[in-house]
Design a protein. Structure first.
Length: 506
């Protein structure tokens, strides 16, 4: 197997012989040179692979399927890389069950004085509430910090609250901005260790056919990738987001969306400016037109406005004037209207991240304003029950991917990892089936055809054409005929990014 880390970008020419072009596609030979597709030649089923030209390698792919490389258009890479090494709380059904897992993990993974991190709990439908005292009872002397699946809440025990200077917090459950402040106050993993974890996560992504990600990791994401790109080129392309606290520095340096970062051969570039209008569904902080059941007549009955509309427009206008495209987090229907209104005021290209609950009149505005909908289909299946409870009567316009496509919107799939795993095939399967268990499809009218789901997982690429970047995925099974379980577990034979093998036997 080639070690991609030591293989120069755009290295010697290679012909991919006897490969099927796309899902259900015809047999062809595809030549790659200097990081791009330079030739696509039809082949016969009974033809032997052609011999190599001088200085060229031929790889016989034996009728496997060649797809445009897949992207995860919304990931928190450092969070995901860390979560892969933390206590997994996904699937827990009560605060008590979480406490039991913390107790068991504390016994088997001792680390006196170090923080025990966990992630992945969803408390929206629990019969009991997260509370510091539950964690104190099972692990009183070691700091415990548990991050919710949506990254919008952190549950801490008393030892951890004391560590971050919040010893008087009544419950230990902190949400939204306070939660981010708490996490930033905890001891950090050494940069070198974290970089190794991120590199490993990128290799794992490449093994699932991923050739690129948009990294929305909180903090100085551009600076982190400048450091990493000076070491080993990542196994995937990276578009590194800018946060408002770093916008002035990016503008002063003349950085724009698409600017190359560091010495990565073009693999790492500046991404969009990340802005927030609201919170999340599971924490009942997504900004909605209707109040949340049980929260009527409270201060945040309709959710939380993270950024005032005037300030949102100001930040977007400043970024766009300097070539940095905005990416606006909006989950509730009111938040999505606010975000679209801001795009209409600024008249710039950009993205809305999540777009989970939409008013019908907002559907056509995505195409009219040239705003990409960055969506996470796995959220639709993960959150169907909490949506049925807190968005009752409105779920026909929740995660409305088919309606968005019908209205002309551009969809790009992501995982929001660690909210869901960094695996585009899970997103494709959820978009196609609208279920991830043995229940019937949830709002089956919003299912997508496989071809449309694959295009959304490849940032709109449907075909492999001469001149395209050689970002390619080779799979063993035709996605058009794969059963749902086979689609989720799609066997990826090989992955190529910028003409360089990043996964597979070559």
């Amino acid at each position: 197997m080639t070690d991609f880390a030591t293989t120069p970008l755009g290295s010697a020419a290679v012909t991919l012989a006897r490969v099927r072009l796309g899902a259900g596609g015809p047999l062809a030979g595809v030549r790659v040179e200097d990081g791009r597709v330079t030739q696509v030649v039809p082949e016969r089923d009974d033809a032997a692979p052609a011999g190599p030209a001088a200085g060229e390698r031929v790889v016989d792919l034996d009728g496997r399927f060649l797809l445009p490389g897949l992207w995860d258009a919304h990931v928190h890479l450092a969070e995901w890389a860390s979560a892969r090494r933390r206590l997994d709380l996904s699937g827990t059904t009560s605060a008590r069950e979480v406490a039991d897992r913390v107790r068991a993990h504390g016994r088997t993974a001792p680390g006196a004085g170090t923080v025990l991190f966990g992630y992945g709990f969803r408390d929206g439908l629990w019969p009991d509430a997260p509370d510091r005292r539950l964690l104190d009872a099972v692990l009183p002397d070691r700091p415990v910090a548990l991050v919710s699946a949506d990254l919008h809440a952190v549950w801490l025990n008393s030892a951890c609250l004391a560590l971050v200077g919040r010893g008087d917090h009544p419950t230990g459950l902190v949400r939204e901005a306070e939660g981010h402040e708490v996490l930033s106050a905890l001891p950090e993993v050494p940069a070198g260790t974290l970089d190794d974890w991120v590199a490993d996560a990128c290799r794992a992504a490449a093994a699932r056919g991923v050739t690129g990600v948009i990294d929305f990791q909180f903090g100085d994401t551009v600076g982190a990738w400048e450091r990493r790109s000076a070491q080993v080129p990542p196994a995937v392309r990276v578009s590194a987001a800018v946060y408002p606290s770093h916008l002035d520095a990016a503008v002063a340096r003349g950085l724009r969306t698409g600017s190359e970062i560091g010495d990565s051969g073009g693999l790492v570039r500046v991404g969009p400016l990340k802005l927030f209008t609201d919170g999340s569904l599971n924490t009942r902080t997504a900004l909605c037109r209707d109040p949340y059941p049980g929260l009527e007549n409270t201060e945040h009955a309709h959710g939380i406005e993270q950024t005032a509309p005037d300030e949102l427009v100001r930040l977007m206008r400043r970024a766009a004037a300097h070539g940095i495209e905005p990416a606006v987090h909006a989950i509730g229907d009111r938040a999505n209207t606010v975000a679209l209104d801001a795009f209409e005021a600024v008249r710039c290209r950009g993205r809305i991240e999540h777009a989970q609950l939409l008013s019908p009149e907002d559907l056509p505005r995505f195409a009219e304003l040239d705003v990409t909908a960055g969506v996470q289909p796995r959220h639709a299946t993960d959150d169907r029950d909490v949506a049925d409870r807190y968005w009752a009567g409105r779920t026909s316009r929740a995660f409305a991917y088919a309606d968005l496509l019908a209205a002309g919107a551009r969809l790009e799939f992501g995982s929001d990892a660690p909210v869901s795993p960094l695996d585009p095939w899970l997103a494709v399967a959820s978009a196609v089936t609208r279920t991830d268990d043995d229940r019937p499809a949830w709002h089956p009218e919003q299912r997508l055809p496989v071809r449309d789901a694959l295009a959304a997982a490849a940032r709109g690429r449907r075909l492999i054409r001469v001149g395209d970047p050689a970002d390619l995925a080779v799979v063993d099974v035709d996605p058009l005929t794969a059963a749902p379980d086979a689609l989720r577990a799609m066997p990826v034979h090989a992955t190529m990014t910028a003409g360089r093998w990043t996964h597979g036997p070559y």
